[in-house]
Design a protein around this ligand. Structure first.
Ligand SMILES: Cc1cc2nc3c(=O)[nH]c(=O)nc-3n(C[C@H](O)[C@H](O)[C@H](O)COP(=O)(O)OP(=O)(O)OC[C@H]3O[C@@H](n4cnc5c(N)ncnc54)[C@H](O)[C@@H]3O)c2cc1C
Length: 481
């Protein structure tokens, strides 16, 4: 390679300087580096980033550009198509090599393979690297060489081969390329990633997108939350989980860095207080494993019996809208759906409960819930969203059996015992005594009146009878099983 020929570094969902294998490989060449982000949502169709993801992406790109500038470089943003941009850049700059970190969803995987073939045919050195996962989705297979469908066996195999290489430290300086002006480059603002309404006000109060926010959150969790994670993780009324999911999704922190931080503070992946947390990182790996081996699953159930499931069509639009808006009249569910709308995130326990209500009590297809989550979650991730929805709907790998239907009243009483979560997100119920908080329709009229509630007016009547709909769901299951 000519001494001054630059290296193109194509950033996607790996917006970090720390432990970034593509960046390390590019730096090791000693060449100037052109950091590039290419906006090409159509290439991710039909799973282009949803509105909440776009919000996150905007701020994450801004933070990443600032971090690069602090190291003597900057982020160049272009509009796609990706292949055309990369070819033009290579042509204009004489770049001989391109690096990126791998993505695993079907559309980008197929695109990246095609781009790699084209660039190599053009004579460019083109390397992709592992950065988003601990294990490549194809690395861990069972003794017959088949993908795992049961999490515990998958994770046992992962833990057996878990080698924690040291993460790559962030560079002090990233040499920049000053050869030409990139006339086709555009400003971040021109991508119009932010919502036009002020829907995102609560997002700002909740999150700090970018690598600095990610590392700060990981440190805070390991110091203050990890020891109690095993018990606090199921409590949506507490800050019992790490809330690292959007940071992990956008690659602002690597799973290897998180693991390394935990292990170097004395954690053990097989036992002790760190084990349950590391196991959840394992579920994330399992999601990538399944998506790789079963790429049809974002739309189609892994358990094919569910193709014929008799989903409800009557009143579907009305019930789905009530669910989306947090107006089902079932407080634990409404609290979750409102948390999602206001912060772009929902606690895992509540995700399971709202998904169960949609797919079992309301008999609406899990795909419609997955789509809503896709648009509203800041951590929307094709592998993990698909895993979560198919798990709850009972049609995925190692799924909760269909007949296990969460009772949202009992779930609320158990995991929000003082009602703090429901009172926070459904303030109209705040004055209701604990006894009735999770099921206001059982409260006597005088209790409702004393709490200032007229059901059906200040807060909805439940849109579904939980017991009756449970029976109906079980009958629907009998028809396909
Ligand atoms: C219906 C449904 C939809 C979901 N959609 C998504 C999604 O789009 N994106 C997403 O990242 N997670 C999804 N999850 C999984 C889980 O709810 C979130 O990862 C978790 O709530 C994120 O919060 P946290 O970072 O505080 O998690 P923690 O409890 O602190 O866990 C640490 C990390 O482990 C991973 N993780 C934890 N639980 C799971 C799990 N059950 N499955 C896969 N990975 C897990 C996440 O990367 C998480 O950041 C979904 C779960 C359900 C039931």
């Amino acid at each position: 390679m000519h001494a001054t020929a630059p290296v193109i570094l194509w950033f996607r969902r790996d917006l970090r300087l720390d432990d970034n294998p593509a960046l390390s490989a590019a730096l090791s060449s000693g060449a100037p580096i052109i950091p590039v982000y290419i906006h090409a949502p159509d290439e991710e169709a039909p799973w282009q980033p949803g509105a909440a993801s776009r919000w996150w992406l905007h701020w994450s790109l801004a933070a990443f550009d600032a971090a690069l500038r602090a190291r003597g470089n900057r982020l160049w943003i272009f509009n796609g198509p990706s292949l055309t941009v990369l070819q033009q850049l290579a042509h204009e700059t004489g770049a001989q090599a391109i690096h990126w970190n791998r993505l695993y969803d079907p559309a980008t995987r197929e695109r990246d393979t095609r781009i790699k073939q084209h660039l190599r045919a053009d004579g460019l050195g083109c390397e992709s690297h592992k950065a988003q996962v601990l294990f490549e989705p194809w690395e861990i297979l069972n003794s017959s060489g088949q993908p795992y469908r049961v999490f515990s066996a998958f994770w046992r195999a992962c833990v057996r081969s878990l080698q924690i290489e040291s993460p790559h430290p962030p560079p002090e300086h990233i040499p920049s390329y000053t050869g030409i002006k990139f006339n086709a480059a555009c400003a971040l603002k021109s991508l119009a990633l932010l919502p036009s309404s002020n829907w995102d006000a609560g997002f700002h109060a909740t999150w700090e997108p970018g690598e600095t926010g990610a590392i700060a959150r990981a440190h805070a969790f390991i110091e203050h939350g990890l020891a109690d994670y095993g018990t606090a993780r199921d409590r949506p009324d507490q800050l019992g989980t790490s809330r690292l999911s959007p940071h992990l999704h956008f690659g602002e922190i690597s799973p290897r860095r998180v693991l390394h931080m935990i292990l170097s503070s004395g954690g053990d992946p097989t036992q002790g207080t760190a084990e349950p947390y590391i196991r959840e990182l394992g579920w994330r790996e399992f999601g990538y494993h399944l998506l790789h081996h079963f790429p049809q699953t974002p739309d189609a159930p892994l358990d094919e019996r569910f193709q014929a499931f008799p989903w409800a069509t009557e009143r579907a639009e009305m019930t789905r809208t009530a669910w989306q808006r947090g107006q089902t009249g079932i407080p634990f569910v409404d609290a979750g759906m409102r948390e999602l709308w206001h912060t772009g995130w929902m606690h895992n326990r509540v995700r399971m409960v709202v998904a169960s209500l949609l797919t079992k009590n309301l008999l609406l297809p899990w795909q419609s819930g997955a789509r809503w989550f896709w648009d509203t979650l800041v951590d929307a991730d094709l592998a993990n969203n698909t895993l979560g929805w198919q798990w709850t709907a009972g049609c995925g790998a190692d799924a909760a059996p269909y007949f296990r239907i969460f009772n949202p009243v009992l779930q609320g009483q158990r995991f929000d015992p003082d009602g703090a979560y429901v009172r926070h997100w459904c303030p109209e119920l705040a004055r209701l005594p604990d006894k009735y908080l999770q099921q206001p329709w059982t409260a006597p009229q005088n209790v409702l009146a004393a709490a200032g509630i007229r059901l059906g007016h200040d807060y909805p009547q439940p849109i579904v009878d939980l017991a009756q709909s449970r029976t109906q769901a079980l009958a629907a299951w009998e028809r396909i099983k």
